[in-house]
Each structure stands twice: as C-alpha cells, then as structure tokens.
Design a protein around this ligand. Structure first.
Ligand SMILES: *Cc1c(COP(=O)(O)O)cnc(C)c1O
Length: 424
C-alpha cells in the first residue's frame, strides 16, 4: 500500500469509521467540475456533491476568483466589534433569497453549530419572557447534526442515543408523516405531532423539522401539507417553528428552499452545506428582527453565542460567489433536467427483487433495498467503473453537482444498474 495511505489508515480517524477495522479510503489529488481525480490518475464522476455541498462543481472559476481576491484583503478577523464587506454582502443576499420575515442573520461555522444556535435562540426567546420551556418537538427519522443538542433531536435509533444516555437532553419525537411528497395527503399524519404538542404545550420551545426531505436519517420525501399543518399548529399554540434547510437549501429539491413547496415561512431557518458552493465550512441561522429583539430585550440583553471563526471572510467570499451563481437562476434548469432523467430511470430499478422502493425529488434520487449494503464492496465496484457513490445502511442515493452532464449522469445510473444486476 502507498505509504501515505498506510499512515492514514494507522493514524487518521475518518467519519463514522472504526480505527480497528477501517474501511478503505481513496486518495483524491484534485477535482474539477463533476470529477474527482484519485491517486492513480483515474477520474471518478461524483454522485454525492461531497455530502450535498458542491452544487456548482469543484474548482469553480468564479468561486476561486472570489476567494483569491479576499485572500489579498483579509483572511480572517474577529467578528466581535468588527464587521467586513464579505459578511455584509452575504447577509444582504440571504435577506433577498429567504422568506420576507427573515431579516436577522447569525453566521456560524458549521451546520451542526447553526442548529445549536437555533435551539439556543428558541430557549432564550422564552427565557426573555420569563418562561422556562426546556423541550423541543420533532419527528422520528430526522437528522440535525452530530453535536450534542443537534444529536438530541436526531432520530433516537439512528444516532445511537443509547451511547450517550444520561448526558443527552431528552426531547419529544412524533411519528413522521407517511404521506409521500408525490402521493395523496392523509390527514391522520398530523395526529401524532398534534397530540404531543397539546400534551406538552407549556414545555415546548419550538418544533424543529427538516422540510420535505428527511435526509441522512432516512432519505424520505414527505407531503407538503404536513408542513402547512405544522405551521398552523405552531401559530395556534404560539410556538416557534425552526426549519433545518442545511441539506435542502439552495435548489436541491427543485425550489430554492424546500419550505417554498408548502408556501410557509419558518421563524428560524438554518442553512449550511451548499451555502459556500461546498468550498468551506460556513452556516447561518436566520430569524426575524422581532424574535431577535425579544431575545435581546430580556434579562441577558444579548444572544449568548460567538464562535471564533464567526463570519470568516474567506468563507463569506466563497458564499457570495456561490450565491451569485445561484442568482443567475441556472440551477432551475439544471435541477429540472436531473429530476427528469432520474424520474425516467429510477423506476427501472424496481425490476430487481432486492429493491424495495425508489424515490426522486429535484436533484435527489434514492434506491431503498431490502437489506443493508456492503459499502466497501459497493465502492470498490463503483471506483472500478469510474464513479463515486457512497451508500449508507440499505440506501443507495445520488445527489450530484447541479452542473453534471447528461453523459456523466447516465454513467452513474448505469453503474448502479450493473451493480444491482450482479447482486440479483
Ligand atoms: C449535514 C446536516 C447537518 C449538520 O451539518 P454539519 O455542517 O455537518 O455540521 C444538520 N442538518 C442537516 C439536515 C444536515 O443534512
């Protein structure tokens, strides 16, 4: 084995990976557009957008240029008592792109942290009104990140709450809606969350949801009426609604934000992942001036959070270029095209007996199998054919960069088909 890869295997801890029995890691030397170049000069077509993030592809000229320009001015400066042009420009853009009630922006350094910030905002919103509301209400199969508070509202089974029991705060989990995005709406889907909300209304600070797409927890797409009904419940009980658009934001589901499918507005919104076009870690928690002022007019007089790298200028410069590309609206055609191709090809996978279900929405395509998949052998097969896809549990899914070509898309689909054919 290559010496460096051997060092990696001995000394570097990769995500969700065993140190005693690590999965194989591939050495990426460079990347361009939709392709990763690995160590033996082989190119892999990327079906994952590096976990939902590199929507405009790798080594994007506009984003590169924006970061280089900022590098000559200032790479980082503290955000306490200081502000800078890239942050101001970014928040102006987010103001324009997100729903009209959202006008107050808190920049932070990762998706999980933006969820922590959203939860703290909700808690402090009630604290400022002399109320203690220590609970959050959410649905099963959700995923909101790996830090403690984010993990506490992530599906109890998927995130292995049992390991951290006694330390993790315990929140309230309703049944997720069964009505699918493209199916008909069953009114009973709202019963579980509605009942739990009524029973715990004095304790709940906010409901938090991934809108429409339950991502890393399940890869399921639910009916938009669920969101509309939850919004109504939040209004009725005067409870905040937090939407986590870290995976879905910036076009992935065919709308700029997934909440637009349901024509609702969140009280607090989390964005991350594709915000910088997948270049750097940056996220934002966005709320209304009214909620922000309520927090700050309370006894603590300010919001108690301040990450060291808050509003990092290089990350803001990457985000500004990425949002400029978004604002040309080319993503709409690109995502529609990916959805069209997925809708025409994914149903064909149902002919294989080991396939339980297929789902397509925007630039996301999912194959659910009856059994868990062997990741290592699947990846070996894919890499041999020149594609990069990383499944989890019993799910093989694609969420390619928006700029992917039809030829590359068909290669991804062909590879999955060849794999399923082999397993048959
Ligand atoms: C990825 C993700 C997060 C966590 O973001 P990180 O940047 O990985 O911390 C939170 N919520 C959702 C819905 C995500 O997909």
């Amino acid at each position: 084995m290559n010496k460096d890869l051997n060092f990696d295997k001995q000394h570097i801890w990769h995500p969700y990976t065993s140190t005693s029995n690590p999965l194989k890691n591939y050495l990426v030397k460079s990347a361009k557009k939709s392709k990763l170049k690995i160590d033996n000069n082989k190119f892999l077509i990327d079906g994952m957008s590096s976990w939902w993030s590199t929507i405009h592809g790798y080594n994007n000229k506009k984003i590169n240029k924006s970061i280089k320009k900022q590098l000559k001015n200032v790479s980082h400066v503290m955000f306490g008592g200081i502000t800078h042009d890239p942050a101001i420009e970014l928040c102006k853009k987010l103001n324009k792109l997100t729903s009209s009630n959202l006008d107050t922006h808190f920049l932070c350094c990762s998706g999980s942290v933006s969820v922590e910030v959203a939860l703290k905002m909700a808690l402090q919103f009630w604290h400022s009104q002399n109320k203690i509301r220590p609970k959050f209400l959410t649905i099963k199969n959700s995923y909101h990140g790996d830090t403690f508070a984010a993990m506490s509202i992530t599906d109890p089974d998927n995130s292995m709450h049992s390991i951290y029991k006694g330390f993790l705060p315990e929140h309230i989990f309703a049944e997720p809606p069964k009505s699918q995005f493209n199916g008909s709406w069953n009114k009973k889907d709202i019963a579980s969350i509605s009942k739990l909300l009524d029973e715990n209304k004095e304790d709940i600070a906010a409901i938090i949801l991934e809108p429409i797409v339950q991502g890393a927890g399940a890869m399921r797409f639910y009916h938009k009426n669920f969101l509309t009904e939850v919004r109504k419940l939040c209004d009725k009980y005067n409870i905040l609604l937090i939407l986590d658009e870290i995976a879905t934001g910036f076009g992935r589901t065919g709308k700029l934000f997934a909440y637009e499918h349901a024509k609702i507005q969140p009280d607090i919104l989390c964005v991350g992942k594709a915000l910088t076009g997948g270049y750097m870690s940056l996220a934002a928690t966005i709320t209304s001036k009214k909620i922000a002022d309520t927090i700050c007019n309370g006894p603590s007089q300010c919001f108690m959070h301040g990450p060291t790298f808050m509003g990092n200028p290089l990350a803001c410069a990457a985000a500004n270029a990425s949002l400029d590309i978004i604002m040309t609206n080319k993503w709409q055609k690109q995502v529609q095209n990916i959805e069209y191709i997925f809708s025409n090809t994914f149903p064909k996978f149902l002919k294989y007996e080991l396939v339980k279900d297929i789902r397509v929405l925007g630039a996301i395509g999912v194959i659910e199998l009856h059994h868990n998949i062997n990741i290592e052998s699947f990846q070996k097969f894919c890499v041999k054919q020149g594609v990069w896809i990383r499944p989890f549990k019993n799910l093989i899914y694609l969420m390619p960069p928006f700029i992917i070509s039809n030829k590359e898309l068909l290669k991804l689909l062909k590879t999955i088909d060849n794999y399923l054919k082999r397993l048959r």
